[in-house]
Design a protein around this ligand. Structure first.
Ligand code: 523
Length: 133
């Protein structure tokens, strides 16, 4: 059965910036930046799973919204989907990541051009730039 991994495009509307998180592991992607998230548990909605994962990993509260962009097949078992999200409370902390960074559209494009994003997440580059415009 396919397991869903949800990833959050947490956008601060005031500054038009997106929150990126730098992975610690596994070695293939350590040091690269991703939309933070994690696996959906049985019986959980995608939104509830994302709100839980972000609370666990970043110590902040978000309101998860609609899916955007295309789903990405990671393996036979795993499928990655992106959801929009709004920060609701608390400053993000890198509890599970190497570092965190807020980027604007130009900053995101520069990181993508430099190959600094996790490969699967680069699929959403144009969608993310649109959300930040
Ligand atoms: N990705 C990915 N992009 C992205 C996320 C959140 C996850 O490509 N924005 C991939 C990385 C892993 C798989 O999805 O291959 C599961 O992610 P995650 O973060 O849940 O992986 P682990 O290794 O932390 O899994 P758990 O230990 O079960 O939490």
């Amino acid at each position: 059965m396919t397991r869903i991994v949800v990833a959050a495009a947490i956008i601060d509307e005031m500054s038009a910036k997106l929150l990126l998180a730098q992975r610690n592991y596994p070695p293939e992607v350590a040091g690269l930046w991703e939309l933070p998230g994690g696996k959906v548990e049985d019986g959980e909605t995608w939104q509830a799973a994302l709100e839980r994962e972000i609370a666990e990993e970043l110590g902040m509260t978000i309101e998860a919204g609609q899916q955007f962009g295309a789903a990405v097949g990671l393996s036979v078992e795993l499928e990655l989907v992106a959801l929009r999200a709004r920060p609701v409370g608390g400053a993000p902390r890198a509890l599970d990541h190497a570092a965190l960074r807020w980027v604007d559209a130009a900053g995101l494009r520069a990181m993508a051009d430099a190959g600094e994003l996790v490969p699967a997440d680069t699929t959403w580059l144009e969608d993310l730039l649109e959300l930040l415009a």
